[in-house]
Design a protein around this ligand. Structure first.
Ligand code: ADP
Length: 649
């Protein structure tokens, strides 16, 4: 490539100059092809000039920089811009070098672009330096921002700590190694009555003159040696009251103790309440312990007795320890078995009871020395859970044994009086019942005696027969009375034999029909069963029922007797259409000496027939029942177990 110089000498000088300058000088065609590249290109980009000459200048530029270099060149050509452009030049050995280039353009005389001259300088160091500088600046800015944040946080923390110290109800004092006060917060002013101004800077031993050698002083010294001490209760020298104090050493970053802090909490109110509560408890305990009945509080949920007074031991002889963990279980072992349902029902009642409901029961409990006591247990709901479930119940148990005994003595007396009255009534009735036939017998025998000679044989026979009937009645009465005393003494003798019940009933009905003038006795059914029993006694039962049926149906004229087999027993029923028995009287008619009041007084009776009948039937392992309605009639029926085989024909 040849540069156009006026003469050789000038060109040589110029070449020397170009060869020796640090900057890269280039001449390029209007198309951007290098026409000349100064030798410094070897030092700057590693290429020999001939390696670049004839090549497009853009081949030696970083691809990302090509467009803005082209743009700058265009504005240079158009004359719009003549400043420098910074870009990265490609290095032969790889990598890039930062270049800052200026240029100018040469035109021919017709104004056509001839050449583009460029001069580029390696500014890599400068760029790197600028970059580093920028990085450092950014780093510093970041550091600044962080410092600002930390400062803010510290400030907040300080404020926070200060406000805690300021407003906490805990008294805070800080002391140095010589016990000089360095901190004294408002709460402590209140607790001690000493103002901050009067405390800060002063020595603790000067403030509290009597403190030297006290436990508090010794504790302070121990804390300054590294201990942390909690004093749960401490009296203050200047104030009456109770305080808890927490003492702990203050250490610097290296762990060296430089003082201590004392945290003081006023517990006077709490302590006073505690004392009052203890007093109240003692008071209550005194009252309850002298209360004449057992008082207790029971936790229904935890199944635990929370309180019980001394009367438990006084009355029942047990201690709360005897009840152990299983209170309900133990209770069942000492409550009378017959009263267990009451206890069970009571435990259920707890859960449904209203606040004002009294749960009142009377139960029997065994004392520790084996006596049975009657107790009245009265329970009310004492406390509920926040959800309204019964939680605790308050109970009062009083010994009502004496009252119960008096009641039963009274009942016994009433029963005895009743019996006595009944006995008197009975004697009255019995005398009357015995007297009536006796009077008749007496009358007939007197008649016979006085008029024996004048009376004809028929009349004599008639009188003797009548007297004999009354003797029979009398005999029956006396036998019944004897039966009563036999039953009472347990000396009724039964001659048990197997016999056909159908034939016994049949015979008995026929015999009775013979002496019944008015009533027709109809017999129906058959059992075909054999029974084992005292035939005479069973006849006595049926006769008694027949005689009652006739006696208590004066207006009727028939009586029905029915016999039937029923599973493995026989049932015999006697139905009348008489005065009936009111329903409320029916349960008593088998009682001794019982007669339904309001029955016509002309119907004789002692109230012992059904009693004897029931006794006989029961002894035969059978049953006797009544079915009756007033003025409609009555059916008595009794059953007797059959022996396994039927009647042999
Ligand atoms: P009494 O000798 O009084 O009849 P019972 O023991 O045989 O004694 O009967 C007891 C009571 O039952 C009778 O006094 C009577 O009031 C009532 N009674 C018994 N049988 C009948 C009946 N068939 N109809 C109505 N009342 C009867």
């Amino acid at each position: 490539m040849s540069l156009r110089f006026p003469d050789i000498e000038t060109e040589k000088r110029f070449r020397d100059l170009l060869n020796n300058i640090n900057d890269l000088v280039t001449v390029a065609s209007p198309e951007g092809v290098f026409l000349y590249v100064s030798p410094s290109c070897k030092r700057i980009q590693g290429y020999e000039p001939h390696e670049m000459e004839g090549q497009s200048a853009f081949d030696f530029i970083h691809p990302e920089d090509i467009s803005h270099v082209a743009k700058t060149t265009n504005s240079l050509v158009s004359g719009e811009y003549s400043g420098s452009v910074v870009f990265r030049g490609k290095k032969k050995q790889g990598g890039y070098v930062w270049l800052e280039a200026t240029g100018n353009v040469v035109f021919d005389k017709d104004g056509n672009l001839l050449e583009i001259h460029g001069c580029a300088r390696d500014i890599t160091d400068r760029i790197l330096y600028e970059r580093e500088l920028e990085r450092k600046n950014e780093l510093m800015r970041e550091q600044g921002r962080m410092n600002e944040k930390i400062t803010q946080e510290l400030l907040r923390e300080k404020l926070f700590k200060e406000s805690i110290i300021e407003y906490t109800p805990t008294g805070i004092a800080a002391l140095d190694l010589d016990l000089n006060i360095t901190e004294w917060n408002p709460a402590l002013e209140k607790i001690t009555g000493i103002k901050k101004e009067g405390a800060i800077g002063r020595n603790w031993l000067n403030i509290y003159e009597g403190a030297r050698g006290t436990e508090a002083h010794n504790n302070f010294l121990r804390v300054l040696k590294g201990e942390t001490i909690y004093m749960p209760e401490r009296e203050f020298f200047t104030r009456h009251g109770y305080y808890s104090t927490y003492l702990t050493p203050l250490k610097d970053d290296s762990g060296k103790i430089f003082g201590m802090v004392s945290l003081v909490t006023d517990i006077t109110e709490h302590k006073t309440n505690q004392l009052m509560l203890a007093e109240q408890k003692a008071f209550l305990r005194q009252i309850t312990d002298h209360h004449p009945s057992i008082l207790y509080v029971y936790d229904v949920i935890a199944k635990k007795t929370l309180f019980v007074n001394r009367e438990l031991t006084e009355t029942l002889g047990y201690t709360i320890e005897d009840f152990g963990d299983d209170l309900e279980g133990f209770t069942f072992t000492i409550v009378h078995e017959e009263d267990h349902p009451i206890i069970k029902a009571r435990l259920k009642k707890f859960h449904t009871a209203g606040d004002d409901d009294l749960i009142d029961d009377e139960i029997r409990m065994r004392t520790s020395d084996g006596r049975w006591l009657w107790l009245n247990t009265r329970t009310i709901i004492f406390k509920r859970t926040p959800e309204g479930k019964v939680w605790q119940v308050l109970g009062n148990i009083s010994d009502i044994t004496a009252k119960k005994e008096a009641e039963s003595a009274k009942l016994h007396l009433r029963n005895t009086e009743d019996l006595l009255r009944k006995k008197e009534e009975f004697i009255g009735i019995a005398s009357h019942e015995l007297k009536t036939p006796l009077t008749s017998i007496k009358a007939y025998t007197q008649l016979l005696q006085h008029s024996f000679d004048t009376l004809g044989d028929d009349s004599k026979k008639q009188f003797i027969e009548r007297a004999a009937t009354y003797v029979e009645k009398l005999n029956k009465l006396v036998e019944d009375l004897l039966d009563i005393s036999k039953i009472q003494a347990g000396r009724m003798i039964y001659n048990m034999n197997e016999f056909s019940i159908d034939s016994m009933v049949h015979e008995c009905v026929e015999n009775y029909q013979r002496i019944s003038a008015k009533h027709i006795i109809t017999y129906s059914g058959e059992s075909k069963l054999m029974v084992k029993g005292d035939r005479q006694r069973l006849e006595q039962v049926l006769t008694n029922l027949l005689s009652n049926a006739v006696k208590y149906s004066p207006a009727a004229d028939r009586v029905l007797v029915h016999i039937a087999a029923e599973q493995n027993q026989v049932r015999i029923s006697v139905t009348d259409f008489g005065i009936g028995i009111p329903a409320d009287k029916q349960p008593h008619i088998f009682d001794r000496f019982y007669r339904v009041e309001g029955a016509p007084s002309y119907i004789p009776g002692l109230g012992i027939g059904l009693y004897i009948s029931k006794e006989i039937v029961t002894r035969h392992k059978g049953g006797i029942t009544v079915n009756s309605s007033k003025d409609q009639g009555t059916t008595f029926s009794f059953t007797i177990p059959a022996v396994s085989h039927t009647v042999k024909k």
